[in-house]
Design a protein around this ligand. Structure first.
Ligand code: M6R
Length: 369
């Protein structure tokens, strides 16, 4: 069942090219236009949406964070991201022109289900992004966009996360198409880049030994920090969550720009810091700021572990270790940069002799509030 891997998690990490490909499958027509007829919300209603609220927990909430960057950029609609359990109890503002999107692998997360019910009571239109056919959250939503990652067994979410990002991007591009926010060519171009992602993930998996070696060497580490900016910020938080839940190591993800506002005080000799670096081909100032962050923590003795694009020469001199990911659009980078962080946590937990698939104190689906 584990397909020759040591754990379901390792297998599911390797399933990711397929999970992304399957989530794209059948949703783009031969003219490069999105065909999301499966959404049961009327196109006119979707055009009239003036706010999107995305609700989720854990890893699914990090997919929501990533989605915000893309959907706001493409659709020019405000997107709020909130943890389901926080949303439910704070008197949030939703109306019939609000689209509430829930993201859940299991479709049974009680916190998200309760938030969905609350949003419906307030008159919002609801759309579920879910990996489990016929589960409670999609059943109770107006519309569903299934992620086709296949069953996810390991408690730690991996392939569902990539499929969720893929699905939210399809939704974002579909809304942009309906609302005329993007030129046809831009949508087709982005979809073509998304179609190229599975092979790029595979090329990362083919080099997983580079990450595994680092993980094994770091099995006695007690604290690891993760920095990222823009879409790299939720990736940093996801990298930290994976390490906490699997390896029981203190780990924290930060927005790189926040470093000087406090977290840099944590840096001392030998502290391990992963830095997710945006593409130098994107906004140059963003890239150079993150490179400065690497220099800043390095100057204070940190061990800098860098995830950077192929050909990004600027990081080389300040990195203790560099892992290269293939080039893609900035917004698509999370689909690549998170993969080495998943492998790292999985391998480190395995090296410590821990149960990778069933970490202590956790359940695959959290059906209590
Ligand atoms: O099934 P869901 O996507 O609603 O689950 C949400 C979280 O409980 C889940 O992502 C959790 O954080 C995972 N253990 C993360 O690896």
């Amino acid at each position: 069942e584990k397909g020759g891997f040591d754990s379901f998690m390792a297998k599911e990490i390797h399933d990711q090219p397929q999970a992304v490909a399957d989530t794209l499958l059948g949703r783009v027509d031969s003219n490069g236009r999105l065909a999301l007829d499966e959404l049961r919300i009327d196109a006119d209603e979707l055009k009239a949406i003036d706010k999107i609220v995305v609700l989720a927990c854990g890893t699914s909430a990090y997919a929501a964070h990533v989605a915000k960057y893309a959907i706001e950029h493409w659709c020019r609609v405000p997107v709020e991201v909130e943890l389901s359990h926080e949303f439910r109890y704070r008197d949030p503002i939703v109306s019939p022109s609000t689209l509430v999107v829930t993201i859940s692998q299991s479709g049974e997360t009680m916190d998200t289900l309760m938030a969905l019910r609350y949003a419906k009571e307030q008159g919002a239109r609801t759309l579920a992004i879910c990996n489990t056919n016929g589960s409670s959250i999609p059943r109770e939503s107006d519309a569903v966009l299934y992620t086709h990652a296949g069953p996810e067994i390991a408690v730690a979410s991996t392939k569902a996360f990539l499929a969720q990002i893929t699905a939210t991007y399809l939704l974002g591009l579909y809304l942009a198409q309906l609302r005329g926010n993007l030129f046809r060519g831009e949508i087709a171009d982005t979809l073509a880049d998304m179609a190229a992602i599975p092979a790029k993930i595979q090329s990362i998996l083919d080099r997983e030994d580079e990450v595994k070696e680092l993980a094994r060497a770091m099995q006695d580490t007690t604290s690891v920090l993760f920095l990222g900016r823009h879409v790299g910020y939720p990736v940093a938080m996801e990298g930290a969550l994976k390490l906490k839940e699997l390896a029981y190591i203190h780990a924290e993800g930060f927005a790189a720009g926040e470093l000087k506002h406090g977290p840099i005080a944590l840096i001392d000799e030998g502290k391990s810091v992963f830095v997710v670096v945006p593409s130098p081909r994107g906004r140059y100032s963003m890239h150079s700021k993150v490179v400065s962050n690497i220099q800043e923590v390095r100057a204070r003795g940190a061990k800098t572990l860098v995830i950077a694009e192929e050909g990004d020469e600027a990081v080389q001199d300040f990195a203790e270790w560099v892992f290269r990911v293939p080039e893609t659009k900035t917004l698509l980078m999370p689909l690549l940069t998170v993969v080495p962080l998943q492998i790292f946590a999985c391998e480190l937990a395995g090296a410590k002799g821990l149960n990778v698939d069933q970490p202590r104190n956790l359940a695959k689906s959290v059906t209590v509030e």
